[in-house]
Design a protein around this ligand. Structure first.
Ligand SMILES: [Zn+2]
Length: 158
């Protein structure tokens, strides 16, 4: 019979991975998070501000900016389309990036173009373009008239 030696002081005992308890399981990712719950989407100031200005102040876009904006959306839809015919139809409908001025506008990528247009609108229409921010967390909220924060759930009705 072998008697195991005592572990010298300071030696670490083997560590076995802990079995996750049922309570510690993360919530299902499919669950929609309502106001007040932590959103699964991380807040990105640059992205949100761009989305907000394009969604709510597109009346200040030039014809060219509008066309390139539609083209970006059309291309994204075509790229995400599972059907080849559908992708081709969308490409025909929204045009191509072959035109030199369009190609130049999109040289740095669609997001850079959208940011440049956003910054132009912000600087040229400061009186009209109202950025609605949550009074608690400071995030850009969904719409100019929103009185509830999509990000932290704060409600400032009344
Ligand atoms: Zn908030």
């Amino acid at each position: 019979m072998i008697i195991p030696k005592l572990q010298p002081t300071g030696a670490t005992l083997p560590v076995f991975p802990r079995v996750q308890s049922r309570q510690a399981a993360p919530p299902a990712e499919q669950e929609r998070s309502g106001p007040g719950e932590r959103s699964l989407v991380e807040y990105d100031e640059d992205r949100e501000l761009t989305r907000y200005v394009w969604d709510h102040y597109h009346r200040f876009l030039t014809k060219f900016e509008w066309r390139v904006g539609r083209l970006i959306i059309g291309r994204a839809k075509a790229a995400g389309s599972l059907s080849h015919q559908m992708a081709e139809a969308i490409n025909r409908l929204w045009g191509s990036v072959d035109e030199p001025d369009v190609a130049a506008a999109l040289a740095d990528g669609p997001e850079a173009f959208r940011r440049r247009v956003r910054d132009r609108l912000l600087s040229e229409h400061p009186a009209e373009v109202f950025i609605n921010r949550c009074p608690r967390c400071g995030c850009v909220v969904r719409t100019p008239g929103a009185r509830q924060c999509f990000w932290c759930g704060f409600d400032w009705h009344g």
